[in-house]
Design a protein around this ligand. Structure first.
Ligand SMILES: Cc1cc2nc3c(=O)[nH]c(=O)nc-3n(C[C@H](O)[C@H](O)[C@H](O)COP(=O)(O)O)c2cc1C
Length: 359
């Protein structure tokens, strides 16, 4: 079932394997190079069902925190992305652009404007640590508009959809989490109010793009700086986080786990993707150490290929709909073909060297 076609909104994916969004830092000046074009095209040729691009910084002055991350705010960057999309489509692949605002991971001195600090919900970058700019209502409005106009650009460039990066402690997750959002206006307080920022982003995007265009949301419990953090302690709380975003026009939810086989809540063996699908009733992607024997803790740790029986079983039982694969597809562009043909021994193991090149 995992290697059979799957209908996501109006497009038919050739299988249910998704390339997880992975930042590669190889787009100087925010412009995807020809190597980036070939990197994605190679994976499309080798039958990845759906490619989610690396995080693309939204067109806002404080979105950036890492060097050489691609953007959309210059003609050259947009041209670069058009080539990426065409390279993927040439091989009958599907592609979604991940839109990213780094929030509190940005520091003074960073490009493109060293005077601009990190922006967060309450100035907090972690509980008790207030070193960022507390976003005003005007800042919030500006940021929402940046997401909406970038989503429109993505549709014009030929992407099948966009994914809002709402995970891992970055800006949207900073609003979701009570540890970093202590606002007392409409964007802070209850779980529902902490979701309002992304709800407004989704509504603004929906106003700008066609009905056919896919809009997804990635979220996580864990943060880059706190693997134990949780947005929701039980399914009822998870419903409060997700239901308004879903009702505002999402087409899928991407539940980011570090180890997809782990249980999420007390009194049940099921993972976060299972609960996400059960609560939202819309297509759900699971992710986290699929096909690898080493956890997603440290990107530099080597990892060997493993069977994906558990993921296949989960999907055949309809627990969630698609599975995203990160590091395994970084080291081996032909991972899907080899797994489909049962050639586990031929899969190239993951090592940190895979991070250095764009093969
Ligand atoms: C090099 C690298 C870059 C990543 N960049 C992003 C990113 O831009 N956006 C995102 O949501 N997750 C990012 N992630 C997380 C992955 O999408 C994925 O959730 C994680 O690697 C776990 O999957 P895996 O165990 O299959 O690698 C990145 C992971 C890696 C290894």
């Amino acid at each position: 079932m995992i290697f059979e076609p799957y209908k996501l909104k109006n497009i038919t994916l050739r299988n249910r394997v998704v390339m997880a969004p992975m930042t590669r830092n190889q787009s100087p000046g925010g412009i995807p190079t020809q190597d980036v074009v070939s990197y994605y095209s190679r994976r499309s040729k080798a039958e990845v069902g759906l490619i989610i691009t690396e995080g693309i910084e939204v067109s806002h002055k404080a979105s950036s925190a890492y060097p050489n991350v691609p953007r959309l705010d210059t003609e050259n960057a947009r041209e670069g992305w058009k080539k990426v999309v065409n390279g993927i489509k040439k091989h009958d692949g599907s592609v979604i652009a991940q839109l990213w605002h780094c929030g509190g991971f940005r520091k003074l001195g960073m490009q493109p404007d060293p005077e601009v600090p990190g922006y967060t919900a309450s100035g907090l970058v972690k509980p008790g640590k207030k070193v960022a700019h507390e976003m005003t209502l005007e800042d919030i409005k500006e940021t929402i508009e940046a997401y909406a106009s970038d989503a429109k650009i993505c549709e014009e460039l030929g992407f099948d959809g966009i994914e809002i990066h709402g995970a891992h402690g970055y800006l949207i997750d900073n609003f979701f989490w009570s540890g970093t959002n202590i606002r007392d206006d409409q964007y802070g307080g209850t779980l529902e109010k902490r979701s309002k920022f992304v709800v407004d982003i989704i509504k603004a995007i929906r106003d700008q793009v066609s009905n056919e265009f896919i809009v997804g949301l990635r979220f996580s419990q864990w943060k880059q700086h706190d693997f134990e953090a949780k947005l929701a302690l039980n399914p009822e709380e998870l419903k409060k986080v997700l239901i308004e975003p879903v009702n505002s026009g999402l087409d899928y939810v991407h539940s980011s786990m570090r180890r997809f086989w782990e249980k999420e809540f007390e009194n049940s063996e099921e993972n976060l993707a299972y609960w996400t699908k059960k609560i939202t009733k819309i297509p759900t992607i699971g992710v986290g150490s699929v096909g690898l024997d080493s956890d997603f803790v440290d990107m530099t740790a080597p990892a060997s290929p493993t069977s994906i029986e558990r993921a296949i079983e989960d999907i055949s039982k309809n627990k969630y709909d698609m599975i995203a694969v990160g590091r395994a597809l970084l080291s081996d562009p032909e991972w899907v073909l080899k797994m489909k043909e049962g050639r586990l021994n031929d899969v190239i193991p993951y090592t940190k060297e895979a991070l250095l090149n764009l093969y």
